[in-house]
Design a protein around this ligand. Sequence first.
Ligand code: FAD
Ligand code: MLT
Ligand code: ZN
Length: 507
Amino acid sequence: MSRLWHWSRRCSLIFSRHNSTLSSRLSSITDADALHFAKILSSPTSVLSTLPSISTPPEELDIYNNDWMGKYRGKATTVLKPKTTQEVSEIVKWCNDRRIGIVPQGGNTGLVGGSVPLRDEVILSLSNMTQVRSFDPVSGILVADAGCILQSLTDYVAPHNHIMPLDLGAKGSCQIGGNVSTNAGGLRLLRYGSLHGSVLGLEVVLPDGTILDQLNTLRKDNTGYDLKQLFIGAEGTLGIITGVSILTPPAPQASNNVILALPRFENVLPLYKTVKRQLSEILSAFEFIDRTAYDLAVKHGQGRALSEEEVEGAECFVLVETSGGRREHDEEKLNDLLESLLEADEPLINTGVLAQNPAQFSSLWALREGVTEAVSKEGKAYKYDISVPLSTFKECVDRTREQLRSKGLLNEDQVKAVIGYGHVGDGNLHLNVIAKAYTPEIQNALEPFVYELVASHRGSVSAEHGIGAMKTHALHYSKDETSIAWMRKIKAIFDPNGIMNPGKVLE
Ligand code: FAD
Ligand code: MLT
Ligand code: ZN
């Protein structure tokens, strides 16, 4: 990082254990079904099926049947790629009549096994629905097909000086429909809030094939129950989102970022308070990476590392981003912040490195965004995406590591590392256990241990990734019986035949 401005103190099993508890009330897809789908879909390339009438080579279905982590594997014989909402509706109606399970699939970047079948359900991929329907540059309201890739929407609104209200490492592959279905949080939640606020309307194909048109473009609409909220975060269990209306914020005129090296985790909280107070309206992200996560990101070439001298003695790192209206004003605030941090009698940080140009800005972000990629290069990840009080982030990581050590599992051949990173501003810790392979021993050492730990802090077992297939058995750690009973009632109203993403969210 030679051209960065260096501020330094010195110079200043797949063993989803509930796998396939799908009831036998669901039917497998037959050759006749595949032929019917080929008839309703406008293009022959919209049906991939290993059944004899279509006979797609099985390898072509692999990318749809396997999840991003290589942890969950489905056995779908058929993938459908409709191009219009009407086609989605006809497929769903047929599946409902025939009791065929459907797994809606966006970019297949989900991290909880929600986007691949548990058995041989049909996969309905939204990847052929990629049209922007409208954009109003005055209000910033964008209406798009659910299959639009997040990055392509970012590129679409950029010339109009707008940005998408969410940003995540998977932006090059994930789709806006998948983002809404998982209620994805990401790196900008601190500034722009959750999708429950920025999504203004949805078009959804319900499990009987009815098209629910709630594609509003109104900022305000208080006409009774806000049904769209039910589909935000429903992970495809209540219907298929085909269109999204979303409020895009104006692009900041200036963005900057700085990475701070901290001698002790205990400094994170006071640092967050100080940063919030000093940067106030220009603070747009406050992200945390522990030392092991940082070292992994560097090892696997994500972003550019700080010098040895800069990381010496650092227990963890914080990445602060600012987004504001005037570069000089924002830089002055950031510089003042760094100066005051470094000149304090008992400094909270060892070092701060401020990006000086767009390339350095991206390079610093890559250190944080690249952790997910680095983890997947290092081994097989058990990913716990939890909400716990900020003060307990380190305790959660340390106690999990200790639990694995006490079971004799912490070694190069079993668990290689336990790391913590995440969105401090949102109280969201990503606790990742990186193993050589997924094994029942590691799984049993981690669960219910981690969930009980979360519950002891009155936390959530899923801050942003969702429940999917991974955590159906753990829902009760964060939701009481009454809430789960009402979730079941809602599921039964929308999907009485249980065809929509069966075995996900609810057992
Ligand atoms: P998929 O993975 O295809 O599907 C996810 C779920 O939504 C499934 O249950 C699926 O059935 C359902 N679904 C998909 N599309 C539809 C639809 N149109 N209608 C109904 N249901 C549908 N998540 C975060 O919250 N924050 C992050 O910062 C973040 N960073 C990530 C970084 C990386 C590198 C990776 C690989 C993942 C990350 N994720 C993150 C997780 C994931 O990217 C998000 O959950 C994303 O929103 C999923 O979108 P997708 O299109 O890939 O959906
Ligand atoms: C992140 O914050 O990097 C994502 O949620 C992905 C992950 O947890 O690895
Ligand atoms: Zn995250």
